[in-house]
Design a protein. Sequence first.
Length: 156
Amino acid sequence: MIVYDLSCPFTHHFEGWYESSETFEKLKEQGLIECPICHSKEIKRLPSAPFIATSPSKVTSTSSSSLSESSQHTLNNIAAKGDFMEILRQQIVQLINTNTEDVGSLFAETAKKIHYQEIPEKNIRGIATVDELQELQEEGIEILIIGNTDSSEIQH
């Protein structure tokens, strides 16, 4: 397996894991790789040192004597990263849900009303289409995009 750092035109950064660089290129050409946040299919590789993973059994069964202490530490961090990231994601979701009002599909309309001071300022979350997001950005309205993989719309 090879791991690439990827980005979309909206500067969302994410990782992709592929069998080989050829597999990545083939999937990209076929439009099968998309940003998990905004679903853009315009994906580019970011400069990075690719991580090439062997099978999980080879990684976990490698003796510590054959790996430097630094390499072993790196492998342990990679294994722990998944658990840490899930806990962090859950905490962020809880923080957002506790401190915002869900305006659902009225997100873009409500954000504009707040921006133009037609209604009192408040923290909101909801869903919007890519076109609505572009319109908000063009009007100078700041938003934070949080991916919602269960929908073709985007959670904010």
